[in-house]
Design a binder for this molecule. Structure first.
Ligand SMILES: Nc1ncnc2c1ncn2[C@@H]1O[C@H](COP(=O)(O)OP(=O)(O)OP(=O)(O)O)[C@@H](O)[C@H]1O
Length: 224
């Protein structure tokens, strides 16, 4: 699903965020990206999403070469990815349901089908009682769940979440991590960054990508 060969990313101001990274992520893997602040975790996710492009090396996501000239293919690829960003990007003044439905606007579905799928996703994340609540009235953890519902309602092949446990207490962080892991199956790959390493270490079913000063080490569990 993701294949990186000797990829590096240097930002315009000369900051080297990633250097000579090699990795392969298969369909259906659960991947935790860990590492100190500023080590390059978000930069790696941005490359996977086509929000930044490699300075050198080759990166393919679902068979699409992630280079600037492929804007059309990358736009189509993004329809198969469910992203969960740190700042949620929820629209205030709109309900949880409306926010989730907005994430499906470009998929060409009928409004009825969109509503059904959005409801189903909100139930899955445990927010059936907040479907018609405006998002600014939700707690941080609930807003995070809306963002996850928005990502999974599109039935993506790849879920990418950047620090989904940030600002959550231990109990909520565990719940969110379990929720995201529950979407992993043979057809859905789940990749997330987290500082909450104490909550995930030892998970034999997961793959760990350890990032340190832009360099990457991959550790695989028992699966194969
Ligand atoms: N747009 C940018 N322009 C220049 N430098 C950047 C840019 N975005 C990130 N960086 C730098 O690249 C390096 C890696 O940043 P990145 O956000 O990937 O780290 P991170 O591991 O996700 O950190 P955190 O855990 O704090 O979110 C850092 O030195 C950061 O300051």
């Amino acid at each position: 699903m993701i294949e990186a060969k000797n990829i590096s990313l240097t930002y315009k101001d000369g900051t080297v965020a990633l250097r000579d990274v090699n990795l392969t992520i298969k369909r259906g893997e659960l991947v935790y990206i860990t590492g100190p602040s500023g080590s390059g975790k978000t930069s790696l996710l941005k490359l996977f999403l086509g929000m930044e492009y490699v300075t050198s090396g080759k990166l393919e996501v679902s068979g699409v070469s992630m280079v600037k000239g492929k804007a059309g293919s990358i736009r189509n690829l993004r329809k198969t990815i469910g992203p969960v960003f740190q700042e949620f990007k929820l629209i205030e003044g709109r309900t949880a349901l409306e926010n989730v439905m907005m994430g499906m606007r470009f998929l060409g579905m009928s409004p009825k089908r969109m509503k059904e799928d959005a409801m189903e996703a909100l139930v899955k994340v445990g927010l059936e009682h907040k479907i018609y609540t405006s998002v600014e009235h939700l707690s941080w953890g609930q807003a995070q769940r809306v963002a996850i519902a928005r990502a999974v309602s599109r039935k993506p092949a790849l879920i990418i979440a950047d620090e989904p446990t940030g600002n959550l207490d231990r109990e909520n962080a565990v719940n969110i991590l379990n929720l995201l892991a529950s979407f992993q199956d043979q057809n859905t790959t789940v990749i997330l960054t987290t500082h909450a390493t104490h909550l995930i270490e030892g998970n034999q079913k997961a793959t760990f990508i350890r990032v340190k000063s832009g360099e990457v080490r991959v550790e695989r569990g028992e699966q194969e």
